[in-house]
Design a protein around this ligand. Structure first.
Ligand code: GUN
Ligand code: ZN
Length: 433
């Protein structure tokens, strides 16, 4: 048992429907076997646990571990390829690098870089877009397990429109996916995600093979891309005889409560209605949408339709792992939408970066906030003395204001500790080997 003493901020209730930021200054949080078993004013909690060791995190703030609902592991080394729209960026930047992961030794180095990126950013749970190579996905699972992270990932499959070395067949895709799921799904904190790259690169036969895996691997997740870029959307409509983009997945039974579709920058009303009815989630990836010029995410329309939305970094089209930066960019984009935008507070941003992600991944019972009964997945935000963020926190007018400063100014270097299920996986410059 361990007792943590900290200022704790989290969003146990959805701020889009009236929930408030919860801030408890000088809180005591009791963790037993990785689970929070008590929390409250420190003095009270201490009286009830006089002999327990105390981890004093008095300065800065303790937040729930961050949840990234869309991030590509094979792209960590190509972050920052600016100046291209989606399809050019894939051809010139992402896919040549993804082809290199055919070499499992190369893939191991990439997986290590990727997991370091997640941990340093305070991301404790992620839905990770895998590789087209089963050997690389196997390595990804292994490295994620060693790091102690909650990772859902799988084999990326395609059978058209990409460079030939990234293509597979429906039968091979099914065999490889089942073998990976057999090995890793439900193993500790790991789960399998059925992952066609996007319907632009997947025939109906390939999507049907995905549907078989999705149905047969109980508790597996489904993820792909949707409605990201106007040229891509036109191409998909041509390939699928005018079907709308969501329908290309939904008609194979791939869209349900266990589905996360990335982007959805240009949805029709019909698609939003269908996503809401099926209970699927959308991963909003603001720095990626900005870097690729994909467009301004219609958050208001998603909320009005009741579609679940969470945040994704979309590394490597996104410009880094830091979900504070994604939150800030989401805020900027809603501001730029003027009357069509949603006025986001720091409570909305924290919700999108934590509890909304946990909900999108079906993990809301376990993680997403720091309530009693939840896993102790937490990050300690502690800027260096004199850093503008430290100055800002010292002069914040309210918890909401302090949290806004974290989103405006916070960076990976401000994360001084990371815990997953009560295990500390990083502390300052230390990372679990
Ligand atoms: N659509 C298909 N593949 C990708 C990818 O790697 N990144 C993004 N942003 N969109 C995609
Ligand atoms: Zn993506």
């Amino acid at each position: 048992m361990t007792l943590y003493r900290a200022t704790v901020l989290d969003t146990p209730a959805d701020p889009f429907i009236g929930g408030q930021l919860r801030c408890e200054e000088d809180a005591g949080v009791v963790v037993e076997d990785g689970v929070i078993t008590a929390r409250g004013p420190y003095a009270e909690i201490r009286r009830a646990h006089r002999d327990e060791p105390v981890v004093a995190l008095r300065e800065g703030m303790l937040l729930p571990g961050l949840v990234d609902t869309h991030v590509h592991f094979p792209q960590v080394r190509v972050i920052g390829g600016l100046g291209m729209p989606l399809l050019d960026w894939l051809d010139q930047c992402a896919l040549p690098e993804e082809a290199r992961l055919a070499d499992a030794t190369y893939a191991r180095g990439v997986a290590a870089d990727f997991v370091t990126g997640l941990v340093d950013a305070g991301t404790t749970t992620a839905l990770v877009f895998g590789s087209h190579f089963a050997s690389a996905v196997d390595v990804m699972f292994e490295v994620a397990q060693r790091a102690g992270l909650r990772v859902t990932t799988g084999l990326v499959v395609s059978d058209r429109s990409l460079r030939p070395e990234l293509l597979s067949t429906p039968d091979r895709a099914y065999e490889e996916a089942r073998a990976l799921a057999e090995r890793w799904h439900g193993n500790g904190r790991l789960r399998y995600a059925v992952t066609p790259r996007f319907s632009f690169s997947a025939s109906d036969a390939m999507l049907e093979s995905c549907a078989a895996t999705f149905k047969e691997v109980s508790g597996s997740w489904f993820t792909s891309h949707v409605n990201e870029n106007l040229a891509e959307i036109d191409a998909v409509a041509t390939l699928f005889d005018g079907a709308h983009y969501v329908q290309t997945y939904a008609r194979h039974g791939l869209v349900d409560r266990s589905s996360v579709l990335a982007h959805n920058v240009h949805p029709s009303e019909e698609e939003l209605t269908l996503l809401a009815a099926l209970g699927a989630s959308v991963a909003h990836c603001p720095t990626s949408n900005s870097a690729l010029g994909s467009g301004l995410f219609p958050l208001r329309r998603h909320l009005d339709h009741g579609v679940r939305v969470a945040l994704g970094s979309d590394v490597g089209a996104g410009t880094g792992f830091c979900l504070f930066k994604e939150g800030l960019q989401a805020y900027f984009m809603q501001q730029l939408l003027g009357r069509d935008g949603v006025a986001l507070t720091s409570a909305h941003l924290l919700w999108l970066a934590t509890a909304a992600g946990a909900d999108a991944l079906g993990l809301a019972e376990e993680v997403g906030d720091l309530s009693v009964g939840k896993q102790f997945d937490a990050i300690w935000v502690l800027p260096e003395t004199g850093d503008p963020l430290a100055v800002g926190l010292g002069n914040a007018k309210s918890p909401l204001d302090a949290l806004a400063k974290v989103f405006a100014l916070g960076a990976t270097s401000d994360i001084a500790g990371v815990w997953v299920g009560g295990e500390q996986v990083a502390a300052g410059r230390f990372r679990r080997p």
